[in-house]
Ligand binder design. Structure first.
Ligand SMILES: [Fe+2]
Length: 447
């Protein structure tokens, strides 16, 4: 299998150039940047080698599934390895063992390893568990999130696998957190499947220890006419999220509860119009929220609905038109997006106007991708855009209690303790005026 993979890797660039060129040109056209758009030179791609045996787990990551369970996902080159996870609260002493399922996929000449998915639990909150995958290899550990506030999320988009990515991840690792949220564009494999494996190995030291909850970006699509018309083949196989548990029929959009937060992961690259499953699902999902149980509602999406960078202008506009009113009426607290490789924080907005009952919009697409930064913002700055900067970094949303949360943005060029931007957020469901359906602000700034 290893030799076969090497062969595929070596001929892949040629194959790609012959067969994928028309599609890639179409993609490039769709996101064409204006002439004055300049990107900072990116750093090198980091290719992370496989250093374990064929039976040992690689690319281990964990994700939340249901109220008190965790899904463990890993890949083996050997097919005989069972999809089992042994686990317990003490190192080496496994009191639980669960069996899950496995799959693999083809993408042209590439065939993935055996992708294992095992759900374990019920687990206690805020507890470290030690686990072993398939009976082989090293022991891993993760910590479950707390059952109640406070809870801390790391939010980072457009991660990629470059030296900037390594810098971002080491900054993330400098301070503890409970759950990582990723609003799309993970590996930047872009049809080169070996880069999905490399990405899985790069992030494993982090994604095996804390739940990583992701949604898809354009770099996950990997659509090829006739042979892979639906796209997302690698993404769906490798990064299975708890969509069934939230009543969704697609891995491309779902929601989950953790501590007192309801997190909604939307899909920018699947249908979202009036007749779409996604829109109907979103409406039902928002209708099920009990703000007594989950006072905070946070949404993630890849293509931003508000954006004053010159890159990717207008790409989230049709989705905004389809869904913004639903989010506004549900009093969503924050909407995070990626796609634009920069950081930008807006005030509370509804329908392109400042609105104290609308969500705060934050673009956090600065994780470390290979394309570099989106350097140019429109001038003059909109009064709705409160902070904008093209630097690599990550964000942290710390929800202290049912009333208050703190958002901070940390640049890779600073120590992690330094907050380049920060803001306190009040929970919208606690605002009497917003509950009664009235915006408190009479004079409204416009975008
Ligand atoms: Fe993107």
């Amino acid at each position: 299998m290893k030799n076969n993979k090497k062969f595929c890797s070596s001929i892949f660039p040629f194959f790609l150039s012959i067969f994928c060129l028309p599609h890639l040109l179409l993609q490039a056209d769709a996101s064409a940047a204006p002439e004055d758009f300049i990107r900072q030179p990116p750093r090198k791609i980091v290719y992370t080698q496989h250093k374990r045996s064929e039976s040992e787990p690689q690319q281990v990551h964990v994700s939340l599934v249901g109220k008190d369970n965790m899904r463990v996902t890993w890949i083996t080159e050997a097919n005989h390895v069972p999809s089992t996870v042994e686990y317990g609260p003490e190192p080496g002493k496994y009191i639980g063992k669960e069996t899950g399922e496995h799959s693999s996929y083809h993408y042209f000449f590439y065939r993935s390893g055996k992708i294992h998915n095992v759900k374990i639990g019920p687990l206690d909150p805020n507890t470290t568990y030690y686990y072993r995958c398939g009976g082989y290899g090293p022991e891993f550990s993760f910590k479950t999130p707390p059952a109640s506030f406070p809870i801390e999320f790391v939010v980072v988009g457009d991660l990629g696998q470059t030296e900037w990515t390594e810098s971002t991840l080491s900054h993330v690792d400098n301070k503890d957190y409970d759950v990582l949220l990723l609003p799309g564009d993970l590996s930047y494999a872009d049809t080169n499947q070996d880069l999905w494996d490399s990405f899985g190995r790069l992030v494993e030291p982090y994604s095996s220890r804390r739940p990583w909850m992701v949604t898809e970006g354009n770099h996950e699509m990997e659509i090829f006419p006739i042979l892979h018309p639906q796209g997302f083949k690698a993404y769906n196989a490798r990064w299975r999220m708890p969509y069934e548990e939230s009543g969704s029929t697609s891995n491309l959009y779902y929601s989950f509860d953790v501590a007192g937060a309801h997190i909604i992961m939307l899909g920018s690259y699947t249908d979202f119009d009036q007749d779409s499953h996604q829109l109907k699902w979103l409406e039902a999902d928002l209708g099920r929220i009990d703000r007594g149980k989950t006072p905070w509602v946070v949404v993630l999406v890849h293509a931003p609905w508000y954006n004053t960078n010159t890159a990717h202008q207008g790409e989230g506009e049709s989705m905004r038109k389809a869904m913004e009113e639903l989010l506004y009426k549900a009093r969503v607290d924050v909407v995070f997006a990626g796609h634009v490789h920069a950081y930008e924080r807006f005030t509370r907005i509804y329908d392109k106007k400042a609105d104290s009952c609308g969500p705060v919009y934050i673009t956090i697409g600065d994780g470390g991708n290979r394309e570099g930064l989106a350097l140019t913002f429109k001038n003059p700055a909109s009064p709705l855009s409160l902070y904008r900067e093209p630097s690599f970094g990550h964000g942290r949303l710390r929800i202290l209690d049912e009333n208050r949360a703190h958002w901070s943005w940390h640049r890779n060029n600073d120590s992690d303790a330094f907050m380049a931007d920060e803001v306190w957020l009040d929970n919208l469901s606690k605002s009497k005026a917003c509950r009664d359906g009235k915006d408190e602000q009479s004079v409204k700034d416009e975008l």
